[in-house]
Design a protein around this ligand. Structure first.
Ligand code: GDP
Ligand code: CA
Length: 342
C-alpha cells in the first residue's frame, strides 16, 4: 500500500500521525511499523528567510511531531527548549520581536541554512533532516524553489478608516504579528510560475495507491501545493483515488485561522463549500471523495445526491486514536469510491 498525503503544518501533523498509526494497524510489518509506505507532500508557502536563516514551518511541524520531539503545550517548536537565543536576537534588533524561535528549533534552521549554503537543494536538505529520527513516513517539500506566500491586506499601517492603503506582507507577518486580523484581499505565492514539483513528488502521486488531502488550510497550505505548476496535472492523471478530509467542522475552523483565508478566495467557511472548491475529478476537479464531520452529514448527503461522493465521520483529531480512526475512515471511503466508481 502506497499512500501519498498533501499536508500543511498543524492539521497536517495530526492527520499524518493518524495515517502512520492506521497503516501500522492495517498493514503491520511485525516490528511495530508498517509495510505500507507513506509519503507526505509538504506545503512550503509558509517558508521564510528570517534572522539570516531559512525557516520551513510546516516541514518542521511535521518533522518534530512525527519524531515525537514537538512541544505539545505551546503547539510549535521543540519540547523542552529555551528561548535564550531569541531574547538575545531581540536585544540586537535582529529578526521580528513578535516572532520567537526556540533554541533547539534554531539549531534546525542553522543546520538547514548551512546545507543550503553548501549548495544542497531544499529536498536534499529535507532528506538529511529527516534522517535523524525514524519517522516511518517520507516528507517531501512540495517544491525546491522559494514560493513564500505574500498576503495583500487593506490598511496595513493601521492608519485608520480614512485611508484605504493596501500593501503586501509575508504570510508569516500577517499570521503571527497580526494574528490574521487584517482582512486579507489576496494571497500570492511568489515566483510560483517558475516552480516545479520537487524531485519525487510527481512519482509519489502517480505511483500511489491512495492520495489523501489532509484537513489542512485549503488556501495557504493545500492551495499553495496545488498552485505549483505540474501538481494538478499529476493529481488529475493518477490512477489512485483522491480523498479529501475537511478542515472545517460545523462551519468553523478547528485550529488555526483558515476562516481568515477562505473569504479572500471567495469560499464560504463550510465543509461543503471547501469540498466544492476543491472540486470533483469527474468535473475536472481534485477529489474522488470528500470526508466531512458527522455534524456536517447533511452536506455529505447533498453532495452525494449530486453524484459527488461524500461521507461523514468524526473529524476531531483529539488524540492519536481518533486521528487513526479518521485516517481509516478516509481509507475506507477510498475503497468504497473505487468500487462504485469503476
Ligand atoms: P498550519 O500549516 O499550521 O496552519 O496547519 P494546516 O494547514 O495543516 O492545518 C490548519 C487547519 O487544520 C485548520 O484550518 C483547522 O481547521 C484544521 N484542523 C486542525 N485540527 C483539526 C482537527 O482535529 N480536525 C480537523 N478536521 N481539522 C483540523
Ligand atoms: Ca502552515
Amino acid at each position: 500500500m502506497r499512500i501519498t498525503v498533501l499536508a500543511g503544518g498543524v492539521g497536517g501533523s495530526r492527520f499524518v500521525r493518524g495515517v502512520r498509526e492506521e497503516c501500522a494497524r492495517r498493514w503491520p510489518d511485525g516490528d511495530g511499523g508498517t509495510e505500507a509506505s507513506v509519503t507526505v507532500v509538504v506545503n512550503t508557502g509558509d517558508d521564510i528567510w528570517l534572522s539570516g536563516v531559512r525557516l520551513m514551518p510546516d516541514f518542521d511541524s511535521l518533522l518534530y511531531s512525527l519524531a515525537g520531539v514537538n512541544d505539545t503545550e505551546r503547539g510549535w517548536g521543540r519540547a523542552g527548549e529555551t528561548e535564550r537565543v531569541s531574547a538575545e536576537l531581540r536585544e540586537w534588533g535582529v529578526g521580528w520581536p513578535w516572532f520567537t524561535l526556540g533554541d533547539l528549533d534554531l539549531g534546525t534552521h542553522l543546520a538547514r541554512t548551512a546545507w543550503l549554503r553548501e549548495g544542497l537543494t531544499v529536498s536534499q536538505v529535507a532528506e538529511r533532516l529527516q534522517r535523524r529520527w525514524p519517522l516511518g513516513v517520507r516528507l517531501l517539500p512540495a517544491t525546491d524553489t522559494e514560493v513564500d506566500t505574500q498576503v495583500r491586506v487593506a490598511d496595513a499601517d493601521g492608519a485608520g478608516p480614512e485611508t484605504s492603503a493596501e500593501r503586501e506582507m509575508h504570510f508569516q507577518e500577517w499570521w503571527t504579528r497580526y494574528r490574521a486580523t487584517l482582512p486579507a484581499i489576496a494571497f500570492r505565492q511568489q515566483h510560483i510560475d517558475e516552480a516545479r514539483p520537487a524531485p519525487g513528488v510527481v512519482e509519489a502521486i502517480s505511483d500511489a495507491d491512495l492520495v489523501l488531502i489532509a484537513p489542512s488550510n485549503p488556501v495557504v497550505s493545500i492551495g499553495t501545493i496545488l498552485a505549483v505548476p505540474g501538481m494538478r496535472e499529476a493529481l488529475a492523471a493518477t490512477p489512485a483515488p483522491i480523498v479529501g478530509v475537511s478542515p472545517i467542522i460545523g462551519g468553523k475552523v478547528v485550529r488555526g485561522m483558515a476562516d481568515a483565508c477562505l473569504p479572500a478566495i471567495g469560499v464560504e467557511t463550510s465543509a461543503e463549500a471547501v469540498g466544492r472548491h476543491y472540486g470533483f475529478r469527474r468535473d475536472g476537479g481534485l477529489l474522488d471523495a470528500w470526508l466531512v464531520d458527522e455534524t456536517d452529514a447533511a452536506a455529505a448527503a447533498s453532495l452525494t445526491a449530486e453524484g459527488l461522493p461524500a461521507a461523514s465521520a468524526p473529524l476531531w483529531m483529539h488524540d492519536l486514536d481518533r486521528s487513526a480512526a479518521l485516517a481509516g475512515a478516509a481509507m475506507d471511503l477510498a475503497a468504497a469510491t473505487r468500487r462504485t466508481g469503476d
